[in-house]
Design a protein around this ligand. Structure first.
Ligand code: NAP
Length: 276
């Protein structure tokens, strides 16, 4: 196995591979970072091309732009690209790999470095199903491998969609902490209520998803207009308490536009029409 890139994530990937008994050669722009891995039996390659003699090369650099010259210098037989990027970037590398006769699998890591190699890590893949199937066993060492389809851009698409949920949730949570904080409420008092609320909110998602799939937005639970009004209250209260209302203000604008488009009596799922 070869690993290109020994940042926080690349180091965790190499460590997991070494822990599973694989021969691992590693390359990093700053070779000093390889030290702890060499102690565990890794071989340090002087150039990306040296790593490419491994059967499979895993690449994990900060961006596609920084990665491309490294990939071109390496030109491996089988490439598993775990650098985060956009679907278009992933498809471009897939096209380049095909032009070089490289079997290409594009992946995204839905985990932090500390959970690599444990059951808590999940890695999503797209691209060549044959190459994925051939490497499935070794990829299982890094985390649960999930194959999404032959489009090399799919993993990046899922990644950004899932991260979007994470960032929106964190933004909402930070807004909430700032709001209750205006009255001296400390995070440790508020957070247990927030986590319980979040699991209740998570329970709404399958129903919203079904409505989006069917396009039937009828509701006898909670209509969009009262939710839009609630967002208005949140924006107003945030201003009155002296904090920045930017997080709920974005959603308020979107919900108001959906109401103006005639979805006021429909379910919240109807907001997707405005997003689309
Ligand atoms: P990091 O710790 O900042 O490491 C970045 C790596 O990219 C280092 O090996 C760095 O080399 C290399 N690099 C940057 N610019 C380069 C260039 N111009 N030429 C050659 N090498 C270059 O980042 P990371 O956390 O390991 O993240 C790596 C990838 O994993 C990213 O795409 C990230 O989105 C993804 N990811 C990370 C996490 C996470 O929690 N960390 C989670 C999921 C996905 P030097 O050591 O020489 O600087």
């Amino acid at each position: 196995m070869g690993v290109l890139g020994l940042g926080r994530m690349g180091t965790a990937l190499a460590r997991a591979l070494l822990g599973a008994g694989h021969d691992v050669s590693v390359w990093n722009r700053s070779p000093l970072k390889a030290g702890p891995l060499l102690d565990r039996g890794a071989r340090l390659a002087a150039t990306p091309a040296e790593v490419a003699s491994a059967d499979v090369v895993v690449s994990c650099l900060s961006t596609y732009d920084s990665q491309q010259p490294v990939l071109e210098a390496a030109s491996p037989k089988v490439l598993v690209n775990l650098t985060s990027g956009t679907p278009e970037e992933a498809r471009r590398v897939a096209k380049w790999a095909a032009s070089q006769g490289i079997d290409y699998v594009d992946g995204v890591i839905m985990a932090v470095p500390q959970s690599i190699g444990t059951p808590a890590a999940r890695i999503l893949y797209g691209g060549s199903e044959t190459a994925f199937a051939a490497q499935r066993e070794v990829l299982s060492v890094l985390g649960e491998p999930v194959f999404l389809g032959e489009d090399a851009g799919l993993a990046a698409l899922y990644d950004l969609a899932l991260l979007g949920i994470m960032w929106s949730t964190m933004g909402g949570y930070l807004h909430a902490l700032a709001l209750v904080g205006t009255e001296g409420v400390q995070p440790e008092q508020f957070t247990p209520m927030a986590t319980a609320w979040l699991s209740a909110v998570g329970g709404f998602l399958p129903g919203i998803g079904e409505q989006v799939a069917s396009g039937d937005y009828a509701t006898d639970v909670s209509a969009l207009d009262i939710n839009a009004a609630g967002l208005g209250l949140l924006v107003e209260a945030s201003r009155a308490q002296g904090i920045n209302p930017a997080v709920p203000a974005v959603l308020r604008e979107l919900f108001d536009r959906a109401v103006a488009a005639g979805h006021g009596s429909h379910a919240i799922a109807s907001v997707i029409e405005e997003i689309r």
